[in-house]
Write a protein that binds this ligand. Structure first.
Ligand code: ZN
Length: 370
C-alpha cells in the first residue's frame, strides 16, 4: 500500500477526540505491521482506547523510535467544503481531519519502516509508538509509559507537522487550578462573610507581578503565565464562598514543574488552594547531538532548507515519552504545515507526504549503517 492510500485509509477512521475511538484505527495498523513481520502489541487503556507498539530488529542495541498519535481534534463550528473523512485529493492537496495533524506523519513512518523492514531486521531496528488521546493532553502516552517499560532507544522522532524540517523541542505546559474558599452571608451584611472572589482577585494581582527566575532559552525564549478563566459567586446579593481561576504556564528548560507549582502555591498563600490540571514538561535536545545533526543534514539535503535550531508552538507526546525513554535525543519532524493543524478544511500537500517517506527512509538507512 502506498503512503497516500495509507493516509486515506487512516483518515477514513473517525478518531475525533473526544471521544477518540482510535481502537479500530490502531487495530488496522496492527494488522498491517504484523503482516510485515513486526512484533506488534496493542496496549488498551481501561476505557478501551488503544496504543500500539511495534518493533522490528534483531534484539541488540538501541532501536530508533518514531511516534505519532491517531486521534484528531473535533471538526469545529465552521462547515467543511470537503468530507473530512473521505481523503479527497484536489490540486495536490490531501484533505481530511487529521491529514496534517497527524495521520500523514503516521502513514509516512509506517510506510518507511515497512519498506526498510528487511534491513532493519538485521540490526537494532526501529520501534514505533502509536498513541491515542494526544489532543486532550497526552492521555495515551501517559498510560503507555505508566503501564509498560519502554526499551532504551537511540533517538525519538515525533512525526508531528513541521514541513519536514526538524525542530528540537517545545515549551512545557502546566495548567493549575486555584480554588479560593470563603464564607457566604447576605450581600447587605458582607462583614458577616468572607469573600472568596476578593481572595481570588488579590491572588491574581500577585500573579500579574510574578517573575520567572530562569534564564531565557536561546530558541524558545521566555516562559509565560496567563490566567485563562475565572468563576465565582452565585448571585449579586450574596457574599461568594467559592471562586476558581485557571492558570496556563508555559515553561522552558531547565524549569521543573514541581518547583514552579510550589512557587505559585506560596504566592497563593491563604487566598487559594492549588491543584494541577495538566503537567507536560518542556522538551529540548541540543541540535549538535550527533544523531540529531545527522537527521538535520538528511532533511537539509532533501528539503533545500538549511538546518537551523527551531522549536514548535504546540506540545507533543515527547513531553512524556522522552523522560520514559531515558531522555533520548528527540526531533520533531513530519509532513504537513503546522499552520493547517486543527483548521477547517485541513489538508496536507501530497508531495510533502511522499517526501517524508523518503526522509524517514534515508534516516533509517543512515541509522542502520551507523
Ligand atoms: Zn498532533
Amino acid at each position: 500500500m502506498d503512503v497516500i492510500t495509507l493516509t486515506q485509509r487512516l483518515l477514513a477512521f473517525d478518531t475525533v477526540n473526544p471521544p477518540g475511538n482510535e481502537s479500530s484505527c490502531a487495530a488496522f495498523l496492527y494488522d498491517l505491521l504484523a503482516a510485515a513481520g513486526f512484533e506488534a502489541q496493542l496496549h488498551p487503556m481501561p476505557d478501551g482506547r488503544t496504543n500500539l507498539v511495534a518493533y522490528m530488529g534483531n534484539g541488540t542495541g538501541k532501536p530508533l523510535a518514531f511516534t505519532g498519535h491517531l486521534d484528531t481534534v473535533p471538526l469545529g463550528h465552521q462547515p467543511w467544503q470537503v468530507n473530512p473523512f473521505a481523503g479527497d485529493i484536489i490540486d495536490g492537496r490531501l484533505y481530511g481531519r487529521g491529514s496534517t495533524d497527524m495521520k500523514a506523519g503516521v502513514a509516512a513512518f509506517v510506510s518507511a519502516a515497512i519498506a526498510g523492514a528487511g534491513r532493519l531486521k538485521q540490526g537494532p531496528g526501529v520501534l514505533l509508538l502509536i498513541t491515542c488521546g494526544e489532543e486532550t493532553g497526552c492521555d495515551g502516552a501517559r498510560h503507555l509509559v505508566q503501564s509498560i517499560a519502554l526499551p532504551p532507544v537511540a533517538g525519538l522522532i515525533v512525526a508531528e507537522p513541521t514541513l519536514n524540517r526538524p525542530a528540537h523541542g517545545h515549551k512545557g505546559v502546566l495548567w493549575l487550578k486555584a480554588t479560593s474558599r470563603g464564607v457566604t452571608a447576605h450581600g447587605s451584611m458582607p462583614e458577616r462573610g468572607d469573600n472568596a472572589i476578593a481572595k481570588a482577585a488579590r491572588f491574581i494581582t500577585r500573579l500579574e507581578n510574578f517573575t520567572f527566575d530562569t534564564p531565557t532559552h536561546p530558541v524558545m525564549g521566555r516562559p509565560t503565565i496567563n490566567v485563562g478563566t475565572i468563576k465565582g459567586g452565585l448571585n449579586v446579593n450574596s457574599v461568594p464562598d467559592l471562586a476558581e481561576i485557571e492558570i496556563d504556564l508555559r515553561s522552558v528548560p531547565p524549569m521543573q514543574h514541581a518547583e514552579l507549582t510550589t512557587q505559585i502555591a506560596q504566592l497563593a498563600n491563604d487566598d487559594a488552594e492549588i491543584s494541577t490540571l495538566l503537567d507536560l514538561p518542556p522538551v529540548w535536545t541540543d541540535p549538535n547531538v550527533p544523531i540529531v545533526k545527522r537527521i538535520g543534514d538528511i532533511c537539509a539535503a532533501r528539503t533545500a532548507a538549511p538546518m537551523r535550531q527551531a522549536s514548535v508552538s504546540y506540545f507533543t507526546d515527547a513531553a512524556l515519552l522522552q523522560p520514559a525513554l531515558q531522555n533520548a535525543p528527540t526531533v520533531i519532524l513530519g509532513p504537513g504545515d503546522p499552520a493547517l493543524a486543527h483548521q477547517t478544511d485541513e489538508y496536507c500537500i501530497v508531495d510533502n507526504i511522499t517526501q517524508a517517506v523518503e526522509i524517514y527512509g534515508a534516516i533509517l538507512t543512515d541509522f542502520a549503517e551507523m
